[in-house]
Design a protein around this ligand. Structure first.
Ligand code: UD1
Length: 416
């Protein structure tokens, strides 16, 4: 297990380039299975999650070549329809591969993804959607076996706008014979990126970004090159790093319209924000003001930014209330933040944060990806040095974090 050692009392002042989106890259990598050809992806973040997804594709028979952030995936040799159980357990979002396998081979076998650090994360919406597409699902053994003679186009109403279920159903129906309509779908920008990628392949999909998506099935999909969009959660994270330290930051390679819910809360907290083409500049006050936040599906405030923002507010002036509406277990970093001197109490799905003037560096343990980054936010503001163990969680989603923080003159070291 490795750890981060961070010297506090920092003041960020500098520039950072934002990497490609993790949550966009993952389904797009899975979608490369669809056409049985050679696809080239650019701006793929080199992080544990994308590498895990590529490992699963390799196990299925794909040839993968990585050159920095360029990834070439040749899926002509896929010779398995069963997703490796061990790899699947490590990579929950690998469930998206099922949709791609079903579209191409009409069959997929996988094990039920286990629980996860931020909540139960069931896949009932994916399974129910598959059933509506005429796919037979046998859940009676250790594996879930999905098969059909052909995908039958359908109208599917999701009970909740699940990001993963929306993506899986888009992939499963892209090569069908007729039109599938998905209602109450997730409207996240990553869904739009997936639509753009699939349409470049020759798919006929419209509506991503709204709550109804129409997929007109096509017979074949061609080989493509595609540039993954910037990561909106990494963008928000670096803005919070600067905001908590009363600093100034300039972010390059960003897409400002997809982070508006985050920018709105940073402005409410007292930050000045300037937006230019592909660039966001944030200038933070010495001390932030308290704000209230509720997580919601896009275009609401993203659940992935919740613990990061919570940590940003622990030294704000006043009392903030954060309500988590998407995942049940996303306050796991709170006890660690309290050990630093933060005044936070959790009641049901809400956390009440009474702003304190000072917190102290200490030894902490990360328990999940975004919760781990929340600890870094607090460490930057704290007096003294903070050591964060289990930083592997953070590496699932942040590319070159050490390099980027050092470039901002932060005393940040990784050990182990
Ligand atoms: C994706 C993101 C994750 C983000 C989340 C919500 C990826 C790789 N991950 O996760 O970073 O936090 O969206 O924005 O893109 N649910 C069910 N049944 C299902 C599916 C989901 O009950 O079949 C519930 C989940 O338990 C959760 C909520 O729906 O409470 C949202 O989940 P979902 O949108 O599916 O999240 P993911 O796709 O897993």
């Amino acid at each position: 297990m490795s750890k981060y050692i961070i010297k506090g009392d920092a003041k960020i002042n500098g520039e950072v380039d934002i990497s490609g989106s993790k949550n966009s890259a993952l389904p797009i990598i899975a979608a490369c299975i669809l056409n049985g050809g050679v696809n080239t992806l650019y701006n793929v973040p080199n992080i544990r999650d994308t590498n895990g997804m590529l490992e699963i594709l390799t196990d299925l028979g794909c040839k993968v070549i990585k050159k920095k952030n360029k990834v070439i995936i040749d899926s002509s040799g896929v010779n398995k329809i069963q997703i490796n159980e061990k790899l699947m357990r490590e990579m929950r979002s690998s469930v998206i591969i099922v949709g791609a396998l079903l579209a191409r081979f009409r069959k997929a076998i996988f094990s039920y993804p286990g629980g996860c650090e931020i909540g139960a994360r069931p896949i009932d919406l994916h399974i129910n959607g598959f059933k509506k597409l005429g796919i037979n699902i046998d859940e009676n053994t250790r594996y879930i076996v999905c098969k059909c003679d052909k995908i039958i186009p359908a109208e599917i109403q999701l009970d909740f706008p699940s990001v993963g279920a929306t993506e899986n159903l888009m992939l499963a129906s892209v090569l069908s014979d007729g039109e599938t309509i998905l209602r109450n779908v997730a409207m996240e920008p990553e869904i739009e990126d997936l639509q753009n990628f699939l349409n470049r392949m020759g798919a006929k999909i419209s509506g991503a970004g709204s709550n109804i998506i129409r997929i007109k099935g096509v017979k074949n999909l061609r080989e493509v090159s595609y540039n993954i969009m910037p990561d909106r959660i990494e963008t928000g994270t670096f803005l919070c790093f600067a905001a908590t330290t009363g600093g100034k930051i300039e972010l390059n390679n960003v897409k400002d319209e997809i982070v508006l819910p985050i920018l709105a809360k940073l402005e409410e907290a007292g930050c000045k924000i300037y937006r230019e083409h592909n660039k966001i500049i944030l200038d933070a006050p010495k001390r932030l003001k308290a704000v209230n936040i509720q997580t919601l599906p896009y275009p609401g405030f993203p659940t992935d930014m919740q613990s990061i923002f919570l940590a940003t507010l622990i030294t704000a002036k006043g009392t903030s209330i954060i309500t988590e509406n998407i995942f049940e277990n996303r306050f796991k970093c709170v006890p660690e933040l309290v050990r630093m001197g933060a005044k936070i109490s959790v009641s049901g799905s809400s956390a009440i944060i009474k702003g304190v003037r000072k917190i102290n560096g200490t030894n902490l343990i990360a328990t999940d990806l975004r919760g781990g980054v929340a600890l870094i936010v607090a460490a930057l503001r704290a007096k003294g040095t903070t050591i964060i163990e289990n930083c592997e969680f953070v590496e699932r989603g942040y590319e070159k974090l050490e390099y980027k923080l050092k470039k901002l003159d932060i005393d940040f070291t990784k050990e182990g």
